[in-house]
Design a protein around this ligand. Structure first.
Ligand code: ZN
Length: 260
């Protein structure tokens, strides 16, 4: 962990320091070796929160937000507690996810945190970015930053892993844009948006992202309505075709009967 408590104050690890865990209260020791980034470790156990994960990528993301928002200990009414990577002033939990996550565990975390955003490390598997870009090539562009994916999008492992999520999911490929995943009723959309504006929104509650997200929801809703209208029309045309086919068959039977 990045922080432990020393005399009630959050402190980063420095050689020789001892502190206590902000979540479980157990003693912690500062680890300042040469291989891993400086961190705090529990003295007597591995971790106290089974959901805990920290990599240099986590540290970079956490450092973009005020210290008091980082490693926020969130309690539920039943007494369960977990350490959120970042909890913003406006009550959003940002969870930075590097490792693969079992769907059941993902669901449990979404139910625990409620108002949360997954920021997923898209750089863990080397093929993830190219698979996503290939999927976009076959997708239907809705506007310059939004695409509706066609069938076979589940050949992209990243989409397959995350499209069951009920909260915002963002993929980080280490570039200036973040990729947003937007699954609705079996149809999957993806959109891109500048990383800086996403960070600004969660830091300040304002900026371009405040308009982007509602406009994304609007564009997706609009597109879905068009899709449904087209599907209804197709159904109607199919019924008409069946009806005319049947009428042709009846006429043919009548003609055949007259002949024999
Ligand atoms: Zn602990």
């Amino acid at each position: 962990m990045k922080f432990a408590l020393i005399n009630g104050q959050r402190q980063e690890a420095r050689p020789g320091l001892r502190g206590t865990c902000p979540a479980c209260g157990d003693p912690m020791v500062a680890r300042c070796g040469k291989v891993r980034i400086r961190h705090w470790a529990h003295l007597a156990k591995l971790v106290c929160d089974p959901w805990w994960e920290e990599t240099p990528w986590h540290r970079e993301w956490k450092a973009l937000f005020p210290i008091e928002w980082q490693e926020f200990v969130q309690h539920s009414s039943s007494g369960e507690k977990h350490i959120a990577d970042v909890r913003t002033e406006r009550g959003y939990v940002l969870e930075f996810q590097h490792s693969p996550l079992d769907p059941q565990e993902r669901k449990a975390r979404e139910e625990f945190y409620q108002r949360m955003v997954w920021v997923v490390d898209g750089m863990r598997r080397s093929r993830d970015k190219s698979e996503l870009l290939r999927t976009i090539e076959d997708a239907t562009p809705i506007n310059p930053t939004l695409w509706r994916l066609r069938g076979f999008w589940d050949e992209c492992a990243l989409l397959r892993d995350w499209c069951g999520s009920r909260v915002q999911v963002v993929f980080d490929f280490g570039v200036n844009d973040l990729w947003f995943l937007f699954p609705v009723d079996g149809t999957v959309y993806v959109a891109i948006f500048p990383r800086a504006a996403f960070i600004e929104f969660h830091r300040t509650g304002s900026g371009a992202f405040a308009q982007f997200y509602p406009s994304l929801v609007h564009a997706v809703t609009d597109d879905l309505a068009k899709l449904r209208a087209r599907a209804l029309l197709d159904q109607h045309q199919a019924r008409t075709l069946v009806a005319t086919g049947f009428q042709r068959y009846v006429a043919w039977r009548q003609r055949s009967r007259r002949r024999f």
